[in-house]
Design a protein. Structure first.
Length: 502
């Protein structure tokens, strides 16, 4: 483990995990190095120092992992396991994650930069709930019986029914902003449905997926049900998507990579779920309390340093309250203490990587060049660690790049509007359609506005709340399909129709 991590700030469990001599791939229930021996470094965004090295999977490892996942379905006990037994294993895994939640949160924090306290309260709590929610579904998967009326076989007596069967081998490719949480969004429905999984965490944040694999082993899942391949997109992700034995890809990440994955999936007729980028509007109507709206708007963009696909990155405030709300959001931003994710008081933590920090700072500069006023923030903070000051931009036109493109950082663009029709049109004038929030106490206006917004989720007087039972996903360039809820489970099941002449 890196000497720069202060052991007094982390639990013994986290220290013991980080201290292990090698971080190998988890394939077929075994820990093994990459076939070609390649490894890569993972970096602590708060100190910029190397935490440890992990195995870098290549095409040969992808093939081993996918074949192990296929064998687990066809030959191992998993394919024949009763739903109640799957449910029991999933509940045991959820209990283990809960028991290790503090250590998992600390490891997530060190690897991604995010607040350990938030990772514990939000990410890990939702991982546990998601696993428990889907554990319940394992025993509630139902087909249906029909009364058939085949027109050209009038005298024939038929028994007809449908059954739901696991899609098969799932490639779960996840991003670095909520590494373990998004992995659980894929793993939960996949395991409930009886699928097997090859999980590829993002190269920036490989560690909690490896920790999870240890817990999966401890819970007693048969070999090959979960396989974890650490590695990058080109050498591990792309061959995984192309592998002919993969039946479904479940991807969360950028729209750009999502499109590549979508194209590659169609070549093999691999099913795919794509949860992609966003540029979600926060709409403050004129009837609401501006102070409350400002607190909500600040949380909507600054939580997890804005590295949230449904971050409220466009703020539309009725002109009557505009100056007040923008000033309040700026004051909140300026009062947020800055520090590493392991500091429980710090609310501004580093971004995940140097590349991401530079990308976000570059967008702030583009905003300035296109005439934006920098109300607060405006670039990097400190010269060690990947910190970016929470930033509010105003006076930007609707075509400015900072209004149209996903920044994925703590950068808010604020715009005044004059009437609801205008703000509904502006809110929808984006290639994305992931989330939106409305701040208002006028029920009638809220209910009229919700159907008009092109977004997979609309929050009212809150933003970015997630629940395992509520489907999450996007319209337009924000993706195809849903994570969470019954909607996600359905996408891990095929429907087979049976006709029996009796
Ligand atoms: P970001 O731009 O936020 O880093 P990406 O969409 O590049 O997000 O990455 C999300 C996940 O997709 C990561 O696990 C990454 O390794 C993986 N990935 C990147 N490129 C590819 C690719 N061509 N095929 C499959 N997976 C990829």
């Amino acid at each position: 483990m890196s000497l720069t991590i202060d052991r007094s700030l982390i639990s013994d469990r986290a220290a013991a995990f980080l201290d292990q001599p090698a971080f190998d791939l988890f394939i077929d229930g075994q820990w093994q190095g990459a076939r070609d021996g390649q490894r890569f470094a993972t970096v602590d965004p708060a100190t910029e120092s190397v935490i440890t090295h992990v195995a870098a999977a290549g095409e040969a490892d992808v093939d081993r992992a996918v074949r192990a996942a296929r064998r687990a379905l066809d030959e191992g006990p998993w394919g024949r396991m009763r739903p109640a037994e799957r449910q029991r294993l999933m509940l045991r895994l959820a209990d283990l994650v809960e028991e290790h939640a503090q250590a998992l949160a600390e490891v997530e924090s060190i690897d991604s930069g995010k607040s350990a306290a938030m990772a514990r309260a939000v990410d890990m709590a939702l991982v546990v709930d998601t696993l428990r929610y889907y554990a319940g579904w394992a025993t509630k998967i139902e087909g249906s019986t029909q009364e058939a009326s085949v027109p050209y076989a009038p005298g024939m007596e038929l028994v007809t029914y449908t059954r739901r069967e696991p899609v098969g081998v799932i490639a779960a490719i996840v991003p670095w902003n909520f590494p373990l949480l998004v992995a659980a969004w894929k793993l939960g429905p996949a395991l409930a449905a009886g699928c097997t999984v090859v999980l590829k965490p993002a190269e920036q944040t490989p560690l909690t997926a490896l920790y999870l694999a240890r817990l999966v082993q401890e819970a007693g899942f048969p070999a090959g049900v979960l396989n974890v391949l650490t590695g990058d997109g080109a050498n591990a992700g792309a061959p995984l998507v192309r592998h002919p034995l993969v039946n479904k890809v479940s991807f969360t990440g950028s729209t750009e990579v999502g499109k590549l994955i979508g194209h590659a999936s169609v070549d093999n007729m691999t099913r795919c779920t794509l949860e992609l980028g966003g540029k979600s509007p926060v709409i403050v109507l004129d009837d609401c309390d501006p102070a409350r709206a400002a607190t909500g708007a600040a949380n909507a963009i600054f939580f997890n340093q804005g590295q949230v696909c449904c971050a409220g990155s466009r703020l539309y405030v009725h002109r009557k309250h505009f100056d007040r709300v923008v000033a309040d959001v700026a004051a909140i931003a300026e009062a947020m203490p800055l520090g590493p994710g392991l500091d429980p008081a710090a609310q501004v933590n580093p971004l995940v990587s140097r590349e991401q920090m530079q990308r976000v700072c570059n967008y702030i500069d583009i905003g300035r060049q296109q005439g934006a006023e920098v109300v607060t923030g405006g670039g990097r903070a400190l010269d060690r660690g990947f910190y970016v000051k929470p930033t509010v931009l105003a006076n930007v036109g609707p075509d400015a790049r900072v209004v149209r493109e996903e920044i994925f950082g703590p950068v808010l663009v604020a715009m005044p509007y004059d009437d609801v029709d205008q703000v509904a049109a502006w809110a929808n004038d984006t290639p994305f359609g992931l989330g939106a929030s409305i701040w208002s106490n006028d029920l009638g206006r809220v209910h009229r506005l919700i159907p008009r917004l092109q977004a997979g989720t609309v929050w009212v007087n809150c933003h970015a709340l997630l629940d395992p039972a509520m489907p999450f996903g996007g319209l337009k360039q924000s993706g195809i399909g849903r994570d969470l809820g019954r909607a996600a489970l359905d996408a891990y099941l095929e429907t087979k129709s049976a006709f029996i002449a009796v």
